[in-house]
Ligand binder design. Structure first.
Ligand SMILES: Nc1ncnc2c1ncn2[C@@H]1O[C@H](COP(=O)(O)OP(=O)(O)O)[C@@H](O)[C@H]1O
Ligand SMILES: [Mg+2]
Length: 350
């Protein structure tokens, strides 16, 4: 008997993966179909190897094939977890921290870069993923502007290799698109680009991944939150009232039931000014604990304050994040932020 792959696909289109209310072909769960004479081997990928759907779906798949080919076949179903199938690109990453902000310009990218470098300095394997499609700035912050990443073949799939600099791994949407392109992207296109950024990069094993999220709260945030295992969100703000108003919006987005991501805490950037020649002096231009009180009201842990220092801005422009020097005032502030985040995550896990 001559059996075609098409016949098998047709049969499998009748098999529903009930947690997602769709058939296993549409859901791209069928990894492979092999036909040898009257022997048919199908491998199906499941999100988790021990979910109840595994047995039920496998049995339905077998029956569907046998019925459509009128029983003259021997069917073997192999089940794989996403991890075994190499689909779970982030499976080697222990903790993922999404750095978000209610609005742009508050220092989200600066915090993300320095937090990642500070974690790296403490000996953790750390990655930084710049997912801010509307204004990727990590290539500049790491002095890698205009460079293109290498690709390699891993288990038969083409994977993009992150850059390694200042002790961390780095990947940015900015390595693939020009800023003008990012600005005109609309929902589905942007989501697709992000999907590739997540799944086609070879991160390997990481203790922490820091994501520089796009500013605000929109579809992109929902896509990332729903599709990737984010450990928690860090919300960046500045002490002005206008910036704080956006914090509660961001926190509410992450706390929505359908995407729930724990809010690890809030960090206040540009909290105080310290002149280089008077490092002991702190001038709280916008008031000392306004944000801290605000965080309390929203029930968000307050994780730190970062001073306004000219060096922070300059170092960002020349590709040397200040956290490279952990003994400087600003380096210390980022070290403390990293400590608080590590603690915050360990509390979540218990
Ligand atoms: N603590 C700080 N001290 C001095 N300059 C800062 C500080 N934080 C951010 N900046 C500067 O402010 C600008 C905006 O910061 P950026 O991190 O790009 O914000 P966002 O990613 O939220 O848009 C940049 O030029 C950056 O160098
Ligand atoms: Mg930015």
């Amino acid at each position: 008997m001559n059996i075609s792959k098409n016949q098998i696909v047709k049969a499998l289109e009748e098999v529903i993966y009930f947690p997602k209310h769709d058939n296993i072909i549409n859901l791209k769960m069928v990894q492979d179909i092999k036909i040898e004479g009257n022997k048919i081997r199908v491998s199906i990928v499941f999100p988790s190897p021990d979910e109840p759907a595994v047995n039920i779906v496998s049995e339905s798949a077998r029956k569907a094939i046998e019925t459509s080919l009128e029983g003259k076949v021997e069917v073997e179903i192999e089940t794989l977890s996403e991890k075994d199938a190499g689909r779970d690109a982030l499976s080697g990453i222990k903790h993922i921290i999404a750095v978000a902000s209610g609005k742009g310009g508050v220092g989200k990218s600066t915090i993300a870069a320095n937090l990642a470098v500070a974690l790296g300095k403490q000996g953790f394997k750390t990655g930084l993923l710049d997912a801010d499609i509307y204004g990727p700035s990590q290539p500049t912050m790491f002095g890698l502007e205009g460079q293109r990443p290498d690709a390699t073949e891993i288990e038969g799939k083409t994977k993009v290799l992150p850059f390694e600099k200042h002790g961390i791994k780095l990947m940015s949407i900015g390595f693939f698109v020009s800023p003008e392109q990012g600005l005109v992207w609309r929902g589905p296109m942007a989501s697709k680009a992000l999907e590739q950024l997540f799944s086609d990069v070879y991160w390997g094993e990481l203790d922490y991944m820091v994501i520089d999220m796009p500013p605000g709260t929109g579809d992109i945030h929902l896509t990332i939150a729903q599709n990737y295992p984010i450990t928690g969100a860090l919300i960046v703000t500045t002490p002005q009232k206008v910036a704080l108003a956006d914090v509660s919006k961001a926190a509410t987005t992450f706390r929505q039931e359908k995407i729930y991501i724990p809010v690890l805490g809030m960090v206040e950037n540009m909290s105080y000014f310290t002149p280089a020649e008077l490092p002991e002096n702190r001038y709280y231009i916008f008031g000392k604990s306004y944000s801290e009180n605000f965080a309390k009201k929203l029930n968000i842990p307050f994780l730190g304050q970062i001073p306004v220092v000219q060096g922070i801005s300059e170092s960002g422009d020349v590709g040397e994040p200040v956290a490279m020097n952990p003994d400087s005032i600003e380096g210390k502030a980022f070290g403390e932020l990293a400590d608080n985040i590590i603690k915050g995550i360990s509390v979540l896990k218990n």
